[in-house]
Design a protein around this ligand. Structure first.
Ligand SMILES: [Zn+2]
Length: 123
């Protein structure tokens, strides 16, 4: 457990929510791209998928077999990310592979965000 995550001042909460919402929207956007890639390559053994990390503007890609990507998507809260792109304050790495990681959203992620926003200027 992290320390200092029990700060629930309203302004802190809204800062957290903005961060979480930005990260989530980037991840969902990446997932949409990958779903299109997967649909377009049903007959192919491998395809190039985009990193579904929460970093805005990430354009990293990774080659996975369709079966590998299907395993990532076996649960709705799991995302495919490049090693090093995981955001440990909001998600847990549930699988580590040579070329990619599978991360899962952590319950109470907004609470964990307090630890991260602590060293931001609030801009
Ligand atoms: Zn990324």
């Amino acid at each position: 457990m992290r320390e200092g995550v029990n700060d629930d001042r309203p302004e802190r909460k809204s800062e957290e929510r903005r961060f979480v919402a930005r990260a989530a929207s980037a991840e969902i956007n990446g997932r949409r791209v990958n779903e299109a890639i997967e649909r377009g390559t049903e007959s192919a053994r491998e395809a190039v998928f985009v990193c579904e990390c929460g970093n805005l503007g990430c354009t990293e890609t990774v080659e996975l077999t369709i079966a590998e990507y299907e395993l990532v998507r076996s649960s709705f809260d799991r995302f495919l990310v490049i090693p090093g792109h995981e955001i440990e304050s909001v998600e847990d790495v549930v699988e580590r592979h040579d070329r990619y990681l599978v991360v899962a959203k952590r319950d109470g992620q907004a609470v964990a965000m307090a630890a991260v926003t602590d060293d931001r200027d609030g801009g």
